[in-house]
Design a protein around this ligand. Sequence first.
Ligand code: SIN
Length: 483
Amino acid sequence: MLAVEDLLRDNAFINGHWVSADSGNRFEVTNPADGSLLTSVPDLGPNDTLAAIEAASSAFREWRTTAPSTRARLLRRWHELIRANEKDLALLMTLEQGKPIREARAEIRYAAAFVNWFAEEAARTYGDVIPSNASDKRIMVLKQPVGVVAAITPWNFPAAMITRKVAPALAVGCTVIIKPSEFTPLSALALARLAEDAGFPNGVLNVLTTMDAASVGDELMAHADVRKISFTGSTRVGKLLLRGAADTVKRVSLELGGNAPFIVFPDADLEAAVQGAVAAKYRNAGQTCICANRMLVHEDVAEEFAVRLTAKTSRLKVGPGVDDDTDVGPLINEAALEKVESLVADAASEGAEIRTGGVRHAYGRTFYEPTLISGVRDEMSVSSEEIFGPVSAISTFRDEDEVIARANNTPYGLAAYVFTRDHGRVWRVPEALEYGMVGVNTGVISNPVAPFGGVKQSGIGREGSRYGVDEYLEMKTVTVGGL
Ligand code: SIN
């Protein structure tokens, strides 16, 4: 199946060794497209977690003092290996996660780009010299690694969400413990295999596979040596982790849920808006935190927008991710499908019109037809909840102030999209939107060089970009007196 069979790992990775669980327990990894068994991996618990923390703490003592150029060299090697194994990594990802193979390959390149970017940043964690207000003193700021980092990563981007956290952490001298989603551990293990080949010392990078996220998470949160937690996932779990981090006062980065407004003004290039909507909605079958959740379209162009987007939506090819021509793959599991189904049914029962889709796809189980509904109102659950499925939900607006107020009327603040050709609006509207990221006349905003993150209940901190390393660095002030 894979060109390099060794990339399909069925053990966890602690302190440079491929290990089974202390308990001997394992859990199955299945293909969401057909439910077939891929393999099983160890179901680690608190004892294994402790072993990983000890390994990462002990490795940190040396890793923190390695030359940035050494860390950069290992990261560059890891990057090359990820690129060289793109096909296998993408196939593994599609098999365990379901996304179309084209998207999986794009994700592997996206994941690799973070490693390359942070390899370059490794040498640029400059300190500072601050002019002192006492003539016999000098003040310096040193930037130092925070310590052991726990990276808790989601199933929707099984590779990129790992490298977006792990590469900056390793670049500045932290060691890491990765806890991937129980749905997608194979991508994490394959990345660890390549990191091993790249030559990272034992204990610098560890992967804990588990079904018992709560007890592994509790152990990570309770341990004083874990100095930083970086999590991508639901707002509900993010809040638990934030509370859990309080006892040992850990640094925390959270990339949580969203409810992205996609605003189309009457002066927009409508074709560009429709294309942007397809990109921002149907990527990964709608299972991204930055997917357009609420399409707010000016009433003068709403019908035309709906007609054009319906035509594009109904032409999307649904199928197993391994098929080259698939545009929309399965959802991650049946529970996800049931949630999407109930949001659409709810909206329809309250008067929304289903223009296309709105039913399970003939493939059954986890496949849902790409759907477009119009006549949506803000009080419907499809507007207030994160859909996380291939459903465009269109409502209309009349003026700029109204749409800004409605777009901001949510506890979330991750991504927003605006389509307009009005020069003033291009500046005014993004400034007024309470979101961490705004796409103007584009539905594609993810880029390793751009900061990624949200405000309000969508998170804390930024990943990627030159700011991404700050999350893994402490500032130390050194005041030298008696000069
Ligand atoms: C996410 O959905 O959380 C990540 C999406 C991205 O990086 O593009």
